[in-house]
Design a binder for this molecule. Structure first.
Ligand code: SF4
Length: 349
């Protein structure tokens, strides 16, 4: 009888699964430095015969991760500078991040928190959670709480229900947003019980799916998302623009369309953050802008995410284009249409 497939966490398991070569000292170094986890659902998607497989590229360690490029830092988006209590990041006035656990279902090779996440980290203790909730309670300007991570949906339905009930009891918190990769990485975890646990009485709850390639939206992943949406939870998406994964027009368009077909509104396309050892996965901003122009030219407005860059140092996200407005020499506004042709506004007669 075949054993139930398990999450691959060690190089020996990756080798057995045909995802790593026999001897590779550099890979051992990478795996010792950054967490590895590939769930059975994700491992099943990898085409072993394709050396450029876009799922493998996201999850299988690569010796290129040992090369730290200029500007790359352990905390590329400046979480630490805005952390008033363990697990809390208060960067923008009206919202906070609440990081309940450093554990994820899979560990992405481009992760912006790769120095913080991993299976050996500890979830917030009861005392730390009390302090985090106390901070949120004492700040009436906080309108939205974003459960991020690590991946909050690796926690049990019971634990999530407790935390969400406590957040829902804070009068000024109106919106809860849950960032997760679990519906694609481990779809079976999204049970009806878990979907019910995410509901917060009297509050709006959104789930934001992290997915980077259309192939991640398997029938099982689509069914997991449908369980959330059918239970009344609206879904958004975030994707990271990744060299060799989704940085071709067709691949990006297929991803955005697949998301919308699953009733998930594309929300963010992140420019890759300056996390250590990730330069081989980043594109240029100009390339990203060109891809966004292509999306605007070809796909429904429903399929358009906002292309954003987290400014290093903790200064927050900014949209990075492309720009559709300019002024001509006479100072009149010109606007580009979806095919790239320019028009005066208001039209000249
Ligand atoms: S799921 Fe998110 S937090 Fe976890 S490793 Fe991937 S990018 Fe990082």
């Amino acid at each position: 009888m075949n054993a139930t497939p398990k999450t691959l966490r060690h190089l020996s398991e990756l080798r057995q699964a045909g995802l790593a070569p026999d001897q590779h000292a550099a890979l051992a170094k990478v795996a010792a430095q950054y967490a590895v986890a590939i769930t059975p659902a994700m491992a099943a998607l990898i085409d072993r015969a394709d050396p450029h497989d876009p799922i493998a590229r996201q999850l299988v360690p690569d010796p290129a991760e040992l090369e730290v490029a200029p500007g790359e830092t352990a905390d590329p988006i400046g979480d630490d500078a805005h952390s008033p209590a363990p697990g809390v990041v208060h960067r923008y006035p009206d919202r906070v991040l609440l990081k309940l656990t450093p554990v994820c279902a899979v560990y992405c090779r481009f992760c912006f928190r790769r120095e913080m996440v991993g299976p050996s980290g500890h979830p917030l203790t009861a005392k730390q959670l009390d302090a985090a909730l106390d901070y949120i309670t004492r700040h009436p300007e906080i309108w939205e709480v974003i459960l991020s991570g690590g991946d909050p949906l690796v926690l049990s339905a019971r634990r999530l229900r407790q935390v969400i009930a406590r957040l829902a009891a804070i009068e000024h918190v109106k919106v809860l947003r849950i960032h997760t990769r679990v519906p694609v990485a481990d779809p079976a975890r999204i049970t009806p019980e878990l979907a019910r646990a995410l509901k917060a009485r009297g509050k709006a709850v959104y789930v934001v799916l992290h997915a980077n390639h259309a192939r991640e939206l398997t029938p099982e992943a689509r069914a997991a998302c449908a369980r959330l949406v059918d239970s009344g939870i609206p879904m958004l998406s975030q994707s990271v623009l990744l060299n060799g994964v989704n940085d071709e027009p067709q691949a990006l368009a297929a991803l955005m369309r697949a998301l919308v077909e699953c009733r998930i509104k594309p929300y963010y396309l992140h420019h890759g953050d300056l996390a250590p050892g990730t330069s081989h996965l980043r594109t240029s901003i100009e390339h990203g802008q060109g891809l966004m122009r292509g999306l605007r030219g070809r796909l429904s407005g429903l399929c358009q995410p906002s292309y954003v860059l987290d400014i290093p140092g903790g200064h927050g996200k900014s949209p990075v284009g492309p720009n559709y407005l300019s002024r001509d020499e006479g100072g009149r506004i010109r606007i580009a249409d979806y095919r790239g042709a320019w028009h005066c506004y208001p039209p000249t007669t």
